[in-house]
Design a protein around this ligand. Structure first.
Ligand SMILES: [Zn+2]
Length: 275
Protein backbone atom coordinates (compact mmCIF):
# COMPACT_ATOMS: atom_id res chain seq x y z
CA UNK A 1 0.00 0.00 0.00
CA UNK A 2 3.08 2.21 0.01
CA UNK A 3 2.31 3.93 -3.28
CA UNK A 4 -1.35 4.68 -2.71
CA UNK A 5 -2.34 8.28 -1.99
CA UNK A 6 -5.07 8.46 0.62
CA UNK A 7 -7.01 11.56 1.66
CA UNK A 8 -8.64 12.41 4.93
CA UNK A 9 -10.70 15.22 3.41
CA UNK A 10 -12.23 16.34 6.72
CA UNK A 11 -10.33 16.05 9.97
CA UNK A 12 -9.57 18.16 13.06
CA UNK A 13 -6.00 17.09 13.81
CA UNK A 14 -5.16 20.62 15.00
CA UNK A 15 -7.69 20.30 17.87
CA UNK A 16 -6.54 20.14 21.49
CA UNK A 17 -7.00 16.34 21.64
CA UNK A 18 -3.68 15.94 19.83
CA UNK A 19 -1.61 18.47 21.76
CA UNK A 20 0.35 15.68 23.46
CA UNK A 21 1.10 13.53 20.41
CA UNK A 22 0.17 15.41 17.24
CA UNK A 23 3.48 14.84 15.47
CA UNK A 24 3.27 11.08 16.16
CA UNK A 25 -0.32 10.89 14.89
CA UNK A 26 0.69 12.85 11.78
CA UNK A 27 3.71 10.60 11.33
CA UNK A 28 1.44 7.53 11.30
CA UNK A 29 -0.76 9.22 8.69
CA UNK A 30 2.11 10.27 6.43
CA UNK A 31 3.73 6.82 6.52
CA UNK A 32 0.36 5.30 5.52
CA UNK A 33 0.29 7.73 2.55
CA UNK A 34 -2.47 9.91 4.02
CA UNK A 35 -2.72 13.62 3.23
CA UNK A 36 -5.47 15.70 4.82
CA UNK A 37 -7.62 18.80 5.12
CA UNK A 38 -7.87 19.93 8.74
CA UNK A 39 -11.05 21.89 9.34
CA UNK A 40 -11.76 24.97 11.45
CA UNK A 41 -15.08 25.43 13.23
CA UNK A 42 -14.80 29.14 14.12
CA UNK A 43 -12.14 31.86 13.67
CA UNK A 44 -9.84 30.59 16.45
CA UNK A 45 -9.79 26.96 15.28
CA UNK A 46 -9.54 28.11 11.66
CA UNK A 47 -6.38 29.98 12.62
CA UNK A 48 -5.09 26.77 14.22
CA UNK A 49 -5.82 24.85 11.00
CA UNK A 50 -3.82 27.36 8.92
CA UNK A 51 -0.90 27.24 11.36
CA UNK A 52 -0.70 23.46 11.13
CA UNK A 53 -0.98 23.52 7.33
CA UNK A 54 1.97 25.97 7.26
CA UNK A 55 4.03 23.49 9.25
CA UNK A 56 3.33 20.58 6.86
CA UNK A 57 3.11 22.08 3.35
CA UNK A 58 1.88 19.67 0.70
CA UNK A 59 0.54 17.23 3.29
CA UNK A 60 -1.84 19.20 5.49
CA UNK A 61 -4.28 21.77 4.09
CA UNK A 62 -6.77 23.95 5.96
CA UNK A 63 -10.48 24.75 5.78
CA UNK A 64 -11.71 27.98 7.34
CA UNK A 65 -15.26 28.60 8.51
CA UNK A 66 -17.87 28.99 11.22
CA UNK A 67 -19.78 25.85 12.27
CA UNK A 68 -23.60 26.15 12.51
CA UNK A 69 -23.67 24.70 16.05
CA UNK A 70 -21.87 27.86 17.20
CA UNK A 71 -24.91 30.00 16.38
CA UNK A 72 -27.04 28.19 18.98
CA UNK A 73 -28.39 30.27 21.85
CA UNK A 74 -27.67 27.28 24.10
CA UNK A 75 -24.12 27.00 22.83
CA UNK A 76 -22.48 23.68 23.60
CA UNK A 77 -18.93 24.03 24.87
CA UNK A 78 -16.86 21.33 23.14
CA UNK A 79 -13.61 21.12 25.07
CA UNK A 80 -12.01 19.41 22.09
CA UNK A 81 -12.27 22.71 20.27
CA UNK A 82 -11.41 25.34 22.83
CA UNK A 83 -10.48 25.62 26.47
CA UNK A 84 -12.35 28.86 27.07
CA UNK A 85 -16.07 28.39 27.83
CA UNK A 86 -16.97 31.57 25.92
CA UNK A 87 -18.78 31.39 22.58
CA UNK A 88 -17.22 33.14 19.62
CA UNK A 89 -19.36 35.53 17.58
CA UNK A 90 -19.55 35.03 13.79
CA UNK A 91 -17.69 37.68 11.82
CA UNK A 92 -17.82 37.28 8.05
CA UNK A 93 -14.88 39.62 7.41
CA UNK A 94 -12.68 37.71 9.83
CA UNK A 95 -13.54 34.37 8.18
CA UNK A 96 -12.92 35.86 4.74
CA UNK A 97 -9.57 37.31 5.78
CA UNK A 98 -8.45 33.91 7.14
CA UNK A 99 -9.78 32.11 4.07
CA UNK A 100 -7.51 34.18 1.83
CA UNK A 101 -4.45 32.36 3.25
CA UNK A 102 -2.82 30.18 0.57
CA UNK A 103 -3.02 27.18 2.94
CA UNK A 104 -6.84 27.46 3.06
CA UNK A 105 -8.49 25.32 0.37
CA UNK A 106 -12.14 25.51 1.48
CA UNK A 107 -14.76 27.50 3.39
CA UNK A 108 -16.07 25.43 6.28
CA UNK A 109 -17.21 23.79 8.15
CA UNK A 110 -20.32 25.80 7.56
CA UNK A 111 -23.94 24.83 7.04
CA UNK A 112 -27.04 24.04 9.10
CA UNK A 113 -27.46 21.86 12.19
CA UNK A 114 -30.99 21.63 13.59
CA UNK A 115 -30.15 18.72 15.88
CA UNK A 116 -31.23 19.78 19.39
CA UNK A 117 -32.27 23.24 18.10
CA UNK A 118 -35.92 24.03 18.73
CA UNK A 119 -36.09 27.83 18.41
CA UNK A 120 -36.58 29.52 15.06
CA UNK A 121 -34.28 32.38 15.97
CA UNK A 122 -31.24 30.11 16.13
CA UNK A 123 -32.22 28.43 12.88
CA UNK A 124 -32.54 31.84 11.22
CA UNK A 125 -29.09 32.87 12.52
CA UNK A 126 -27.64 29.65 11.12
CA UNK A 127 -29.24 30.25 7.71
CA UNK A 128 -28.01 33.86 7.55
CA UNK A 129 -24.48 32.86 8.65
CA UNK A 130 -24.36 30.06 6.12
CA UNK A 131 -25.43 32.35 3.27
CA UNK A 132 -22.64 34.78 4.25
CA UNK A 133 -20.16 31.93 3.90
CA UNK A 134 -21.61 30.96 0.49
CA UNK A 135 -20.76 34.56 -0.50
CA UNK A 136 -17.21 34.16 0.86
CA UNK A 137 -16.81 31.02 -1.27
CA UNK A 138 -17.98 32.97 -4.33
CA UNK A 139 -15.88 36.06 -3.56
CA UNK A 140 -12.57 34.24 -3.12
CA UNK A 141 -13.18 31.23 -5.36
CA UNK A 142 -12.75 28.48 -2.76
CA UNK A 143 -15.28 25.64 -2.40
CA UNK A 144 -17.63 24.97 0.51
CA UNK A 145 -17.11 22.26 3.14
CA UNK A 146 -20.67 21.80 4.36
CA UNK A 147 -21.93 20.33 7.63
CA UNK A 148 -25.64 19.51 7.62
CA UNK A 149 -27.67 17.67 10.22
CA UNK A 150 -31.46 17.34 10.17
CA UNK A 151 -31.74 20.37 7.88
CA UNK A 152 -31.31 19.08 4.31
CA UNK A 153 -34.58 20.65 3.09
CA UNK A 154 -33.47 24.16 4.07
CA UNK A 155 -29.90 23.52 2.93
CA UNK A 156 -30.99 22.53 -0.57
CA UNK A 157 -33.40 25.47 -0.74
CA UNK A 158 -30.62 27.94 0.15
CA UNK A 159 -28.15 26.39 -2.29
CA UNK A 160 -30.68 26.37 -5.14
CA UNK A 161 -31.60 30.01 -4.44
CA UNK A 162 -27.88 30.90 -4.49
CA UNK A 163 -26.99 28.76 -7.50
CA UNK A 164 -25.28 31.74 -9.17
CA UNK A 165 -22.86 32.03 -6.25
CA UNK A 166 -21.70 28.40 -6.41
CA UNK A 167 -18.40 27.48 -8.04
CA UNK A 168 -18.11 25.02 -10.94
CA UNK A 169 -17.08 22.43 -8.32
CA UNK A 170 -18.97 24.00 -5.40
CA UNK A 171 -17.63 21.74 -2.66
CA UNK A 172 -18.49 18.79 -0.46
CA UNK A 173 -21.19 17.72 1.94
CA UNK A 174 -19.30 16.26 4.86
CA UNK A 175 -20.63 13.20 6.73
CA UNK A 176 -23.66 12.99 4.43
CA UNK A 177 -26.70 11.63 6.29
CA UNK A 178 -29.56 12.57 3.97
CA UNK A 179 -31.74 10.47 1.69
CA UNK A 180 -31.03 9.32 -1.87
CA UNK A 181 -33.35 12.10 -3.19
CA UNK A 182 -31.43 14.72 -1.20
CA UNK A 183 -28.15 13.31 -2.55
CA UNK A 184 -29.56 13.64 -6.06
CA UNK A 185 -30.56 17.30 -5.54
CA UNK A 186 -27.11 18.17 -4.16
CA UNK A 187 -25.39 16.20 -6.91
CA UNK A 188 -27.28 18.15 -9.55
CA UNK A 189 -25.91 21.36 -7.99
CA UNK A 190 -22.41 19.89 -8.48
CA UNK A 191 -21.65 18.86 -4.92
CA UNK A 192 -19.59 15.85 -3.82
CA UNK A 193 -19.83 13.87 -0.60
CA UNK A 194 -17.37 12.78 2.10
CA UNK A 195 -17.97 9.59 4.07
CA UNK A 196 -16.33 8.64 7.35
CA UNK A 197 -15.91 5.91 9.95
CA UNK A 198 -19.63 5.40 10.44
CA UNK A 199 -19.90 3.56 7.09
CA UNK A 200 -17.75 0.75 8.50
CA UNK A 201 -20.34 -0.18 11.15
CA UNK A 202 -23.73 1.26 10.04
CA UNK A 203 -25.51 0.23 6.84
CA UNK A 204 -27.63 3.42 6.52
CA UNK A 205 -25.20 4.96 4.03
CA UNK A 206 -24.78 2.04 1.62
CA UNK A 207 -27.61 3.11 -0.66
CA UNK A 208 -26.29 6.66 -1.13
CA UNK A 209 -22.72 5.39 -1.69
CA UNK A 210 -23.87 2.91 -4.31
CA UNK A 211 -25.95 5.60 -6.04
CA UNK A 212 -23.21 8.25 -6.22
CA UNK A 213 -20.67 8.31 -9.08
CA UNK A 214 -17.01 7.65 -8.13
CA UNK A 215 -16.22 11.25 -9.17
CA UNK A 216 -18.35 12.56 -6.30
CA UNK A 217 -17.10 10.45 -3.39
CA UNK A 218 -14.39 11.42 -0.89
CA UNK A 219 -13.13 9.88 2.34
CA UNK A 220 -12.76 11.51 5.75
CA UNK A 221 -12.29 10.67 9.43
CA UNK A 222 -13.78 13.75 11.20
CA UNK A 223 -11.13 12.89 13.81
CA UNK A 224 -11.19 12.96 16.82
CA UNK A 225 -14.84 11.84 16.43
CA UNK A 226 -16.37 8.51 15.24
CA UNK A 227 -13.46 6.09 14.66
CA UNK A 228 -13.97 3.30 12.08
CA UNK A 229 -13.92 -0.44 12.76
CA UNK A 230 -11.56 -1.88 14.09
CA UNK A 231 -10.76 1.25 16.17
CA UNK A 232 -14.31 1.97 17.37
CA UNK A 233 -14.49 3.74 20.70
CA UNK A 234 -10.89 5.00 20.44
CA UNK A 235 -9.85 8.53 19.58
CA UNK A 236 -9.98 8.73 15.79
CA UNK A 237 -6.99 9.89 13.70
CA UNK A 238 -6.22 10.52 10.00
CA UNK A 239 -4.30 7.24 9.45
CA UNK A 240 -7.57 5.37 10.12
CA UNK A 241 -9.05 6.78 6.89
CA UNK A 242 -7.58 3.74 5.10
CA UNK A 243 -10.36 1.63 6.71
CA UNK A 244 -12.98 4.01 5.29
CA UNK A 245 -11.50 3.80 1.77
CA UNK A 246 -11.48 -0.02 2.02
CA UNK A 247 -15.20 0.02 2.83
CA UNK A 248 -15.98 2.50 0.03
CA UNK A 249 -14.08 0.26 -2.43
CA UNK A 250 -16.07 -2.76 -1.29
CA UNK A 251 -19.40 -0.93 -1.67
CA UNK A 252 -18.48 0.43 -5.09
CA UNK A 253 -17.10 -2.92 -6.28
CA UNK A 254 -13.68 -1.51 -7.21
CA UNK A 255 -10.15 -2.21 -5.96
CA UNK A 256 -8.66 -0.23 -3.10
CA UNK A 257 -6.19 1.32 -5.57
CA UNK A 258 -8.99 2.45 -7.91
CA UNK A 259 -11.04 3.89 -5.06
CA UNK A 260 -8.09 5.78 -3.58
CA UNK A 261 -7.05 7.09 -6.96
CA UNK A 262 -10.60 8.34 -7.71
CA UNK A 263 -10.67 10.14 -4.35
CA UNK A 264 -7.22 11.61 -5.00
CA UNK A 265 -8.47 13.04 -8.31
CA UNK A 266 -11.65 14.36 -6.70
CA UNK A 267 -9.77 16.16 -3.92
CA UNK A 268 -7.37 17.77 -6.39
CA UNK A 269 -10.19 18.89 -8.71
CA UNK A 270 -12.55 20.25 -6.04
CA UNK A 271 -9.98 21.90 -3.76
CA UNK A 272 -7.60 22.90 -6.59
CA UNK A 273 -4.70 21.17 -4.84
CA UNK A 274 -1.55 20.47 -6.81
CA UNK A 275 0.97 18.34 -4.91
ZN1 LIG B 1 -15.96 18.09 11.46
Amino acid sequence: MQNINFWDAHTHIHFRNYDEDRDEALGRAFSAGVKMITVGTQASTSEGAIELAKKYPGQVFAAVGFHPAHFASEWHHDENEQEDPVPEIFDKDKIKELALAPEAVAIGECGLDYFRVSDDETKEKQRAGFIEQVYVSHEIGKPLMIHCREAFGDLIEILEAHRDYLLEYPGVIHFFSGTAEEAEALLSLGFSFTFGGVITFARDYDEAIKFLPLENILSETDAPYVAPVPYRGKRNEPSFVVEVVKKLAELKGVSLEEMASAIDGNVRRIFKIEV
